[in-house]
Design a protein around this ligand. Sequence first.
Ligand code: PLP
Length: 415
Amino acid sequence: MSKNGVLDKSLGFSTRAIHQGHRAADHHGALNPPVYMSSTFAFETAEQGGEIFAGEREGYFYTRISNPTLGLLETRLADLEGAEAAVCASSGMGAICSAIWSLVEPGDEIITDGTLYGCTFSFFRESLQKFGITITHVDLTRPEMLTSAVSEKTKVVYFETPANPNMRIVDIEAVAKIAHTVDATVVVDNTYCTPYLQQPIALGADLVVHSATKYLGGHGDLIAGAVIGHADLIHQVRLVGLKDMTGAVLSAQDANLILRGIKTLELRMERHCDSAEIVAAYLESHPRVTKVYYPGLESYEGHAVAKKQMARFGGMIPFEIEGGLPAAKKLLNSLDLITLAVSLGDAETLIQHPASMTHSTYSAEELAEYHISEDLVRLSVGLEAVEDIIADLENAFNAAYDATTVDFENQRRRA
Ligand SMILES: *Cc1c(COP(=O)(O)O)cnc(C)c1O
């Protein structure tokens, strides 16, 4: 351990996730960093206060701008993403809005794929367009489409990969290269992967945004977000988007819970990936499942690009089933262990129906255009014993489709 608590970047992911930026000796030997529950910070003299406000002297003065507990989390997140700096926010949407508001002005264009987290989609389509910002949807799974779409009006290219909810895979390196020909800022929502599975900055992205509510927190007990990237951009997001435009500051208590969560991020992600691979194979072989959207499956269209940029394939498995909405509802209502809830990345396995839940912000036409069908259910594979997860799915499939009908049809198929 170095003198000031700064660990070398060559150390392992978990080592840095657990230790980076904290030296017990500086805190009365406390193993865990103290939580600074303070909205304001006292100045020693009026002169010193003035200098801190003017940016001429380092120091804390008000938690909406910075706080030592938030600062430690920011240090760790920046380090894990391989970036210079980070700023945390009170939600993923707070992080996304703070970043975007800092980057655009009326007349500018944002290019984005059509598939996005539902609230990000409506923030772009409704809220931002109201302020004179143009949103152009381009199929970013085909980077060549971006080449003819970009212009000097394009200020931001924004995407998720894998995208929520249907796991579209975007080639980060290829898209960043094209976006940079017009100096657009490339923003990647890395919520589904966490820095353990994918590091967009190293592939050319300028900013990474997270819903820390999901895998980073990892325990379903908080709402939080973060923006991570180059120091000058983060400075701008902190002092404009976060401080003045959204005020979406994270609480020190929640920052502390995320610091605790990311100590086990590597362990949890490995387990999510192990179990998801087994569940995806089970679903792919199930006669009632018509399509499994899991990038780890060789049959999946985004597999090759996913393999290039992701360490493993994550814990999210959307899949489509026979019988449309009525069958989907029956399946969800027949589950016992698996919890019917939105959100993802928790210890508990969660399932939901995007078209009527997380992506109900899309109109019926938009759902059709961006391939979010009524048959699609989205599974977030948790940390329970994988055989129990599969047994629960099997029971629910049997209940949803009268078991005798399945047998009859299987016999007919074999005959
Ligand atoms: C949940 C989520 C968000 C929004 O995050 P909140 O913490 O709920 O505000 C943004 N992007 C993705 C991919 C998400 O899953």
